[in-house]
Design a protein around this ligand. Structure first.
Ligand code: NAG
Ligand code: NAG
Ligand code: NAG
Ligand code: NAG
Ligand code: NAG
Ligand code: NAG
Length: 503
């Protein structure tokens, strides 16, 4: 169901004028909806209550650039607001980054407003430790500047087994949203933990590899931001070899040159510096001696990860709680194994899907599809799978096909199968809500079961995607949705004898 892998090969060919869609999918971790970019979210903030006297002593602000952690990520930056947060204001020497660039680029530069050495956002208290866990309470002192600071944060660190631990920060006084996905782990009796965990009253929380002292996770909880719609935690990393934070177009090795990586499902063209279809709030870091560790943040809200040359990572999200799984490898493949054992493993792909595929948006007709395929075969190009993008559909409606231009689709698919080839028809995980009543079962049946994602006022959330009119989105976190969706495919499959579908 991960659209990214399948449509990627053909997105480039869609006409730019039709390139605006938002797709809400059941990805491995995330169902997100709601906002554009984090930086603009708080521009129209409320006036904030401040407990501070304003400003910090200059010596607490003399911090090397690489160790400055952004205290004012919400733009535009105001010196007065910065000082009210008890942070340091020193306009960054690199002023080449203009606010208007931020939407186009992911380079943020050195922050002008940063946490001082003695910043006391939260005061840590009531530390309880035993062989299996550590607990503590964080009490808000100076206001973060973001509306509705959580006044008491509960910290719960669970030692799961020798290689995995969980660090969870929640509102001590009320429940907040947590993704409803099963996480698989068992707390076991431990004998040889690979890690040591330290937590001090000054707020320092660190996880180190026992054998080498390598830093796995290190944060000063005094600088935590945990407000209703903005949560921020920075952690040092063992090196600047960090992989993950998908989905992004540029490889998987990330840059620590003050780069921002946004994690928020978006169905736009794969272009540099932009978030894509999948959300994977997970990263893997190589330690100096080649060991690897991994961190997974269980949070499905839109988020940014910012990497700076300390080396350190800052994670910022606009809702939920901060729930980290920390994995100690040893090897990179051990980390991936630990991660996938917690979140669940993907399906094994069919063997043929590893073959040669041919796909394009804009064949427009079956004849054109067939001729293109034949032309390639005639030239000796090996092809295992022919695809059609959504132009095989009637008005881009899921579970239909164009009765004129693709009239012989079933015969074509039969013919491919007879020749040992496969066919994939592309789908969108949203359906039209603008058809005549009782003419379009994919809508009618889901509407009857009330399966669509809702907007803030409780109506079906509608958006413009590919079908001509408006689209609504089956909520894949609703247990009734998968069987509804499977039923549509079964019906379509039996009508068409199609074998494979790409989402
Ligand atoms: C709370 O913040 C103020 C202003 O930064 C600071 O002077 C004070 O020491 C802090 N209180 C505690 C208990 O840390
Ligand atoms: C963490 O922050 C507190 C409060 O600002 C500060 O006193 C302490 O020195 C910091 N710890 C480290 C290791 O930087
Ligand atoms: C701490 O987390 C563990 C699971 O990771 C859970 O079993 C335990 O109940 C939590 N403790 C508190 C006080 O929330
Ligand atoms: C596809 O083309 C082949 C030969 O080029 C032809 O034999 C076959 O009938 C065509 N299939 C359809 C469905 O048009
Ligand atoms: C929710 O959807 C309904 C119907 O489209 C619309 O009238 C309403 O304005 C929407 N509410 C919000 C908050 O978007
Ligand atoms: C759907 O869109 C088409 C083309 O834009 C338009 O002609 C038609 O009236 C629309 N139908 C509805 C029900 O909105």
């Amino acid at each position: 169901m991960d659209k990214g892998n399948y449509t990627f090969i053909n997105e480039e060919s869609r006409s730019p004028s039709t390139k605006r869609k938002i797709i809400y999918i059941c990805a491995v971790v995330v169902i997100g909806f709601g906002v554009g970019t984090l930086l603009f979210y708080f521009i129209n903030g409320e006036s904030f209550r401040s407990h501070g006297k304003g400003g910090s002593k200059p010596d607490t602000c003399s911090i090397p650039d690489v160790e400055k952690f952004d205290c004012h990520p919400d733009r535009p930056i105001s010196e007065a607001e910065c000082l009210k947060r008890g942070c340091c204001y020193i306009p960054a020497s690199d002023l080449s980054v203009k606010d208007s660039d931020l939407t186009k680029s992911s380079f943020l530069g050195v922050p002008s407003c940063f946490f001082s050495r003695n910043h006391k956002g939260y005061e840590i208290d009531n530390i309880i430790k035993d062989a299996d866990h550590i607990e503590a309470t964080l009490s808000r002192n100076i206001s973060s500047g973001f509306p509705k600071d959580v006044q008491k944060v509960h910290l719960n660190i669970t030692f799961i087994d020798n290689v995995n631990l969980r660090i969870k920060l929640t509102d001590a006084d009320s429940n907040r949203f947590e993704p409803d996905i099963p996480l698989h782990y068992k707390i076991v009796h431990k004998r040889n933990e690979l890690y040591t965990v330290e937590l001090g009253l000054d707020g320092l929380l660190s996880v180190k590899r026992k054998a080498t002292g390598a830093i796995i996770f290190k944060t000063n909880l005094s600088q935590l931001v945990f407000s209703n719609q903005f949560l921020h935690l920075s952690s040092h990393t063992a090196s600047s070899y960090l992989y993950g934070l998908g989905e992004q177009k540029e490889g998987i090795l990330r840059s620590f040159n003050w780069m921002r990586y946004t994690i928020f499902n978006q169905g736009d063209l794969p272009v540099p510096h932009r978030n894509l279809y999948g959300s994977h709030p997970f990263y893997l870091v190589l330690e100096p001696n080649g060991n690897a560790n991994g961190v997974f943040l269980v949070n499905s809200n839109a988020m940014d990860a910012v990497l700076q040359p300390t080396p350190a990572i800052s994670l910022r999200t606009i809702g939920g709680v901060l729930d980290f799984f920390v994995m100690l490898g040893l090897s990179p493949s051990d980390v991936v194994e630990q991660y996938t054992s917690i979140v669940g493993r993907p399906f094994m792909v069919p063997y043929w899907s590893l073959g040669f595929h041919l796909c394009k948006y804009g064949y427009d007709s079956l004849d054109n599809t067939n001729e293109t395929l034949q032309r390639n075969l005639d030239k000796g190009v090996p092809i295992d799978v022919q695809w059609n993008d959504i132009d095989f559909m009637k008005r881009y409606l899921d579970f239909t096909y164009d009765p004129v231009n693709f009239a012989k689709l079933p015969e074509f698919v039969d013919d491919l199968h007879a020749r040992g080839m496969h066919y994939v028809a592309m789908f969108s995980p949203g359906v039209s809500n603008s058809e005549e009543p009782d003419t379009y079962p994919p809508y009618d049946e889901a509407a009857k079961l009330d399966l669509f994602v809702k907007n803030a006022t409780g109506s079906d959330f509608e958006a413009k995607v590919w079908n001509w009119n408006l689209t609504v989105f089956p909520d894949f976190s609703n247990p009734a949705t998968p069987s509804y969706w499977a039923k549509q495919f079964q019906k379509y499959h039996s009508e068409l004898n199609l074998m494979e579908f790409g989402l």
